[in-house]
Design a binder for this molecule. Structure first.
Ligand code: SAM
Length: 249
């Protein structure tokens, strides 16, 4: 299959440099292109994404995934030096797969409750190949109570998995004290701010930064919420499966 290039167009390379302050190597560009081709091919059989056109895929999946960590030099440093990362509700692998391609020294765990999505990601890890990422099928409410995962990650990333308070309850229990959870959002309202503050307070975190930005091609509004884990999360969180969405903090 031959598809339009998703990552090596000269104008795209300029935007990587201007907005993220780095450019993928040729090998990484090839891996991003291959990831695109694999998603499009699998999308014929499994419902993975509505975003199939090359420039939209580049902006909304690749660029957006990386933008969440780009503004913080601290992230770049820890990701380049072996940070452990968990992507909660990764779906077709976003933001976790672009992070593991661009930061080969990081260790990325890709978690989703849907077996067929994880099967797809397993085939991607094999085909690219990527050796610094692994997958896990499960509900985050249960994984967050397992001692080998709880408070075990330097960084948790979560995009499009539910309300902001559910995302905080899913992510903060998995983060080590001193680590960060990054919640990727589209729009953001004052009411959500209140509900985030309340949730974070219960979970041993602090809101470090809420950043608004626009995407480089379609100028869509995005927000990233950076939550710092400052003390251990009480053992009652995350609550059992379904409760974080049914009874938001
Ligand atoms: N993060 C990806 C993205 O931004 O493209 C996928 C977002 S998709 C809308 C939400 C994903 O979260 C689905 O693949 C779903 O199976 C997964 N998910 C929802 N609730 C979950 C839970 N409690 N534990 C683990 N995965 C969950």
């Amino acid at each position: 299959m031959s598809l339009e290039s998703v990552s090596s167009l000269p104008e795209m390379l300029e935007v990587w440099q201007e907005t993220l302050n780095w450019q993928p190597t040729n090998d990484q560009q090839n891996q991003l292109q291959k990831l695109y081709e694999l998603v499009i091919e699998a999308n014929r059989y499994v419902n993975l994404t509505r975003i199939t056109e090359a420039s939209e895929f580049w902006e909304k999946h690749l660029w957006d995934s990386l933008r969440g960590v780009a503004p913080k030099q601290h992230f770049i440093d820890i990701l380049n030096h072996g940070a452990s990362v968990i992507d909660i509700g990764t779906g077709a692998g976003f933001p976790g797969l672009p992070l593991s391609i661009i930061f080969p020294n990081s260790q990325v765990t890709l978690l989703d409750s849907t077996r067929k999505k994880i099967n797809f990601i397993d085939s991607v890890l094999n085909d690219l190949p990527l050796t610094n990422a692994k997958t896990m099928v499960g509900r985050v409410e249960e994984i967050g109570q397992e001692s080998k995962h709880r408070e075990n990650y330097d960084l948790a990333v979560i995009r499009a998995v539910g309300s902001v308070s559910a995302c905080a309850e899913y992510s903060l229990p998995l983060v080590k004290k001193g680590g960060l959870a990054v919640i990727y959002r589209g729009s953001w309202t004052k009411e959500e701010n209140q509900s985030l503050e309340n949730a974070v307070h219960h979970l041993g975190g602090e809101i470090e930064l809420i950043e608004e930005f626009t995407t480089p091609l379609s100028n869509s509004i995005r927000h990233c919420l950076y939550l710092r884990k400052v003390k251990n999360t009480p053992v009652s969180f995350p609550r059992p499966v379904g409760i974080p969405t049914q009874k938001p903090l």
